[in-house]
Write a protein that binds this ligand. Sequence first.
Ligand SMILES: *Cc1c(COP(=O)(O)O)cnc(C)c1O
Length: 342
Amino acid sequence: MRPEVLEAFGSDVISHRGPEMAALIQEILPGVRSLFETREAVLLSSSSASGLMEGSIRNCVGRRCLHLVSGAFGERWRQVAADCGREPEALQVEPGDPFTPEAVELALSSGAYEAVCLTHNETSTGVTHPLSAIARVVRRHENVLLMVDAVSSLGGIPVAMDANGIDVCFASVQKAMALPPGYSVCAVSSRALAKAREMKGRGYYFDFARLAEASEKGQPLATPSVSHLMALRVQLRIMLQEGLEKRYARHAAMAERVRAWARERFGVLAKRGFESNTVTCVTNPRGIRVGEFIQKLKGRGYQISSGYGSLKEATFRIGHMGEHTLEGIEGLLKTMDEVLEA
Ligand SMILES: *Cc1c(COP(=O)(O)O)cnc(C)c1O
């Protein structure tokens, strides 16, 4: 996180019902719209994105939805739908594989789904699914909403909500947006919002209709995380000043460097052509002790992650998103080599 962002996060809080708050929200909304590349409604949530996962189901799915599950986060969304009493079905691929538009078309031909739920960038496997190609397939089915978890892509990999015809798209702010954890943003198409308004039992806190109305008035629905909003305003300025194209290019450059390093020494889980530009999941054919490796790096000031869930010892993950730089990545790679050779 940038120091000026942390400073904003730590500054004196303001009343959440005064004109200062309205001005704050009025500045944030267009910035978030730019990130999503949308003209649709933007919702702000004082929860992490898992809350919006639940909101997306409760607002937009009456009964059946199709989940594209390629790893732990796709599975979480399916579980959320099941726990909300819906009837989710999963289309699954092996860890590291992308979904093909053909497989999605085939799954949709049964016809009975209200929505397709896609994890754009599966953080547990380091795979970026072909969003535009999948979106084109879903768009051919008139009554099927396209809902996208962009938690670890928004701000690092293009999401292009309107161009792709996405209906619901959300992200936590602690990934490629480089903010303190525990807040999230969402964009909802007018047709998804219309469906939400008709949905019974959609609850209060994640009610998309209420949240959209609050945004429109420049007011929070309930007491928001004021500190996050103040930090978000500063970080949006930083991101838009860098420019989204440049930001995406920086992420691509960091990712390419990490992949080259990983391929020489280990391997990359993601199938070629579908590797994520925000996180690389490195395979471990040499069988190094992942936990020990991570601890040693920590001692030298670098933090990487073990594999997620069932991939815990079989992989490790290197995040190269947010405000990281190619220079910082070079430092990490050099340090990893030193630790591996020691
Ligand atoms: C981190 C992550 C989540 C969960 O986000 P929370 O902020 O923990 O709610 C969901 N989906 C993806 C793709 C993620 O990377």
